[in-house]
Write a protein that binds this ligand. Structure first.
Ligand SMILES: *[C@@H]1O[C@H](CO)[C@@H](O)[C@H](O)[C@H]1NC(C)=O
Ligand SMILES: *[C@@H]1O[C@H](CO)[C@@H](O)[C@H](O)[C@H]1NC(C)=O
Ligand SMILES: *[C@@H]1O[C@H](CO)[C@@H](O)[C@H](O)[C@H]1NC(C)=O
Ligand SMILES: *[C@@H]1O[C@H](CO)[C@@H](O)[C@H](O)[C@H]1NC(C)=O
Ligand SMILES: *[C@@H]1O[C@H](CO)[C@@H](O)[C@H](O)[C@H]1NC(C)=O
Ligand SMILES: *[C@@H]1O[C@H](CO)[C@@H](O)[C@H](O)[C@H]1NC(C)=O
Ligand SMILES: *[C@@H]1O[C@H](CO)[C@@H](O)[C@H](O)[C@H]1NC(C)=O
Ligand SMILES: *[C@@H]1O[C@H](CO)[C@@H](O)[C@H](O)[C@H]1NC(C)=O
Ligand SMILES: *[C@@H]1O[C@H](CO)[C@@H](O)[C@H](O)[C@H]1NC(C)=O
Length: 772
């Protein structure tokens, strides 16, 4: 009898939990006669028609209730609650309110932080990672443990200043490259094809959000806070540095969301900037989606930008913001209506964007499990395929900065003992970076060596990563006993993070002293491994004879330990290249608040990023070694003379400081620009005995960069190729002069300068003359 009872209970429990996990919140249940008749549930109609029908049915309270990130249910229409705020920067994240990993799904694949993924210069890899994230997210959603399919990633602000606490979240400093990253991520996440165009008006797998619009790349530095900061940006820098990633993200990626930033731009709160949100994004770029405020950004407008509550609400809704992360807008919308700062039509405008996205995500078509993406199962979460992809990204992103006397790779057979020194060498969480979720596995860098070398000594060396105190003698003792020493140094989330920019560019606290002492004492030259998002001035180590190898590993994600061990012991040939300039320590004399990209000779301001910065560098943008050498040859260039001559406009061409004439790209129109293409073929050869993946970077450089306004060089294409030992390959780049040879003038207008340019790849260059 007893046995029977147990069985019965078990069956009931499993039945209940089964029903629970398949019952997703969705609208328009086809088996419910009350809702199936509603026009907004009719999926044969256009989304716009359905949304109009839905909005007509809502009363004012219901409308207002939908303006925040946590949108409540509207029970009389069988519309469930919706949580807009989920994060997925480099894997499904616990930041945001969509998922807590506290149900049947306890983890999701954590890919490397973006700055390291960017170092692969591999668009296909970026796309595959976003696809994997999206499938894991849908699987969690299908299991009933994710409350929305809108993700507030990618972060597409350029890495303007090396001190930025969120450097780790970015794809580096080059606007073109960040734009390409955005496109790959958005297409992968939203369910589009790599080339784009597959989705058209189809059902989105997930929604991606390009943030923080615009020019917000200071969090908290020296008393300046993003809430109060007013970024002074010239029209010129706006046009060719700050805006391009957003433009590309919208125009090519077809992102379905933008996030307006906390800060002000030339005196105007970003979330109240009609020119930016409506005229530029929706009007000029054809943005089709919803605009969300950064969290509590509208309250911040009241508290820090001098608005009253009702004015902040009215200004943001009228400017084009749709969803307020927070409850401030919902709380004060009635007041704004009463004071006639706002009309109900402004709310309806926002609601159209809000409900369109929920419909485009397939959440108003009946049970999502019966629809496209309904069969993505939890078995995909933490799958071997996704684990392998995370490891591959880490391996291909890690940058070898120094390898004197070919210290690396170490021999697996001949290495009998290793000392690992570093305060977080045995902390697996260090490897994730910010905006992380729970990883599928926890493996620290120390643990990554444990299966490889028999005798491993370990000492933290410092109390914390900030190394306010170092245990030099103990660390030296451990180091002396080992054949090789690996120092795990750099930064962590205590030192660089959201809301916390660095104030200097050196290694924290006594790390440098510790490294020097250990290097002196060690038998062989030591290997220095740097964990960080932002760049670090490690000039002392670059020139130190007892520091034989230096690797930068970003925050390499849950596969980071295996990636590092495979590289150090020669199972993988490193090929990552830096996506950001590494500046010397004294760069900090430049205030972080100075947004100018271009140098100013009268003040000695050096400018920013490889495109404009004039000063000395620790490492260049694009720097990175490998265990082999590659040689380049520019095999052919289809045109080496370009005539941008237009009879009617040539007399209007303008002349500026350095006597270089230029002409506006718009003078030629898109037809001429589309036709004017240069085909460039580059042969790249692996000269060594070991195969590897190598990103080929193509730049263009004007022959006379006397003028501070003209970029010193600019990246115009990149491709990552795998080359076996002594193998060569021909790579084709299509160069579009209107796009690639242009820059913005003082008025923010895209112009082409006349004169001689060079196409540059590695140590090779090829001249191209532009006449106007
Ligand atoms: C849905 O809309 C289509 C197109 O207008 C119409 O033919 C069809 O009858 C509608 N279905 C329902 C259930 O109202
Ligand atoms: C998970 O956490 C959320 C938020 O804290 C809570 O609402 C939910 O009930 C939890 N779920 C489980 C299964 O514990
Ligand atoms: C909005 O009102 C709710 C309920 O009174 C309150 O808990 C919340 O803090 C308010 N939000 C803001 C941003 O003022
Ligand atoms: C490393 O961390 C793991 C897990 O926290 C722990 O079990 C192990 O003892 C640590 N190893 C050393 C050498 O401290
Ligand atoms: C990894 O660590 C996290 C955070 O400490 C923990 O929640 C999770 O259960 C661990 N995962 C495994 C597989 O041990
Ligand atoms: C150093 O870091 C630890 C923990 O990471 C923190 O508690 C401490 O306040 C930091 N000290 C300084 C001076 O930043
Ligand atoms: C350079 O700085 C000077 C002094 O602040 C200023 O007057 C000038 O306009 C600046 N030049 C440019 C090109 O921004
Ligand atoms: C690559 O070439 C440089 C310069 O000739 C040489 O110093 C270096 O040892 C080579 N590296 C490898 C891995 O062959
Ligand atoms: C030449 O310039 C004029 C005036 O700017 C413009 O209208 C015309 O379309 C241009 N012609 C070509 C071939 O680009």
């Amino acid at each position: 009898m007893g046995l029977h009872k147990v069985i019965v209970i078990t069956i009931i429990i499993s039945f209940l939990s089964n029903t629970e996990s398949t019952c997703l919140p969705f609208s328009c249940d086809t088996s419910n006669p009350d809702t199936i008749k509603l026009q907004f549930c009719n999926s044969s109609l256009l989304v716009d028609q359905r949304v109009d029908d839905l909005i007509l049915r809502l009363n004012l309270d219901e409308k207002i209730s939908q303006l925040g990130n946590t949108a409540p249910a509207i029970p009389r229409l069988n519309i469930p609650a919706y949580e807009w705020w989920s994060e997925a920067l480099h894997g499904l994240s616990m930041e945001g309110l969509g998922v807590k990993f506290n149900g049947s799904i306890e983890a999701a694949t954590q890919f490397p932080q973006i700055i390291l993924t960017a170092s692969t210069f591999d668009e296909h890899l970026w796309y595959h990672i976003a696809q994997a994230i999206s499938r894991e997210a849908r699987a969690v959603y299908n299991a009933g443990e994710l409350k929305g399919m809108t993700f507030w990633a990618p972060n597409v602000n350029i890495l303007r200043d090396p001190r930025w606490g969120r450097a780790q979240e970015t794809a580096g400093e080059d606007p073109m490259m960040v734009g390409k990253y955005a496109v790959a991520y958005v297409r992968g996440l939203q369910g589009d094809s790599f080339e784009g165009g597959k989705l058209k008006d189809g059902h989105l797998q997930a929604s991606a959000c390009c943030k923080h619009f615009a020019a917000q790349d200071l969090d908290y530095w020296n008393g300046h806070h993003r809430f109060t900061f007013d970024a002074q940006v010239t029209a010129q820098d706006m046009a060719d540095s700050f805006q391009p990633p957003f433009k590309t993200c919208v125009e090519e990626g077809k992102a379905t969301s933008l996030m307006c930033a906390y800060s002000r731009l030339n005196g105007v709160s970003n979330c109240a900037n009609y020119d930016l949100l409506t005229t530029t994004a929706r009007g000029q770029w054809g943005f089709h989606g919803y605009i969300v405020s950064d969290c509590d950004a509208i309250r911040v407008m009241r508290d820090s930008h001098g608005y009253t509550a009702e004015d902040a609400v009215a200004a943001s809704l009228k400017a084009g913001m749709d969803v307020n992360c927070g409850s401030f807008v919902a709380n004060y919308t009635r007041l704004a209506l009463e004071k006639q700062k706002l009309q109900e039509s402004d709310i309806d405008r926002a609601l159209r964007n809000i409900f369109s996205i929920r419909m485009r995500l397939g959440l108003f078509n009946g049970d999502p499990k019966q629809l496209e993406y309904g069969d993505i199962s939890p078995a995909e979460i933490c799958s071997q395929e996704h684990q392998d992809l995370s490891l591959e990204a880490a391996k291909n992103g890690i940058v070898l900065l120094k390898n004197s006397a070919k210290l690396l790779p170490l021999s697996k057979i001949k290495t009998t003992s290793l000392a690992i020194i570093g305060p977080k060498a045995n902390d697996s969480e260090l490897l994730l970076g910010n905006y992380a979720g729970i990883p599928c596995k926890n493996v620290s860098l120390l643990q990554g060596f444990q299966g490889v070398v028999k005798n491993i000594g370990y000492h933290p060396g410092c109390n914390f990563v900030n190394c306010t105190s170092a245990a030099i003698d103990e660390a030296v003792d451990v180091a002396k006993k080992a054949q090789y020493v690996v120092l795990i140094m750099g930064l962590d989330q205590q030192v660089e993070r959201e809301n916390w920019d660095r104030v200097d560019l050196g290694l924290p606290g006594q790390q440098e002293i510790l490294i020097n002492a250990v290097a002196e004492a060690a038998v062989e030259p030591v290997i220095l491994v740097l964990v960080s998002g932002g760049p670090i001035d490690i000039s002392f180590a670059k020139n130190h004879p007892k520091i034989g190898g230096i690797l930068w590993i970003g925050y390499p994600g849950e596969g980071g330990a295996a990636a590092l061990a495979q590289i150090l012991f020669g199972e993988h040939n490193p090929g990552g290249r830096l996506p950001v300039t590494w500046y010397p320590k004294d760069f900090i004399k430049v205030p972080m608040t100075d947004m100018n990209m271009r140098p100013n000779s009268s003040t000695g301001y050096p400018g920013r990023t490889y495109k404009f910065y004039k000063g000395p560098k620790v490492y260049e943008f694009g720097y990175g070694l490998s265990y082999t050498n590659y040689s380049y040859n520019i095999a052919s260039v289809s045109h080496d003379k370009l005539y941008f001559i237009n009879q009617t406009s040539s007399d209007k061409r303008s002349k500026h400081g350095s006597h270089i004439h230029n002409i506006a790209v718009s003078k030629f129109g898109s037809e001429v620009c589309n036709k004017a293409k240069i085909s460039v073929k580059v042969v790249v050869r692996n000269k060594g005995k070991i195969g590897g993946k190598h990103p080929v970077l193509l730049f263009v450089r004007h022959s006379k960069v006397k003028d501070d306004e003209v970029p010193r060089k600019q990246l115009i294409g990149f491709k990552s190729v795998h080359l076996g030992a002594r193998e060569k390959s021909k790579i084709k780049f299509i160069v579009s002069p209107c796009e690639h040879f242009s820059r913005a003038n003082k008025h923010g207008i895209s112009v082409i300068d006349e004169g001689k340019y060079y196409l540059v790849v590695g140590d090779k260059k090829y001249p191209v003359t532009v006449s106007i």
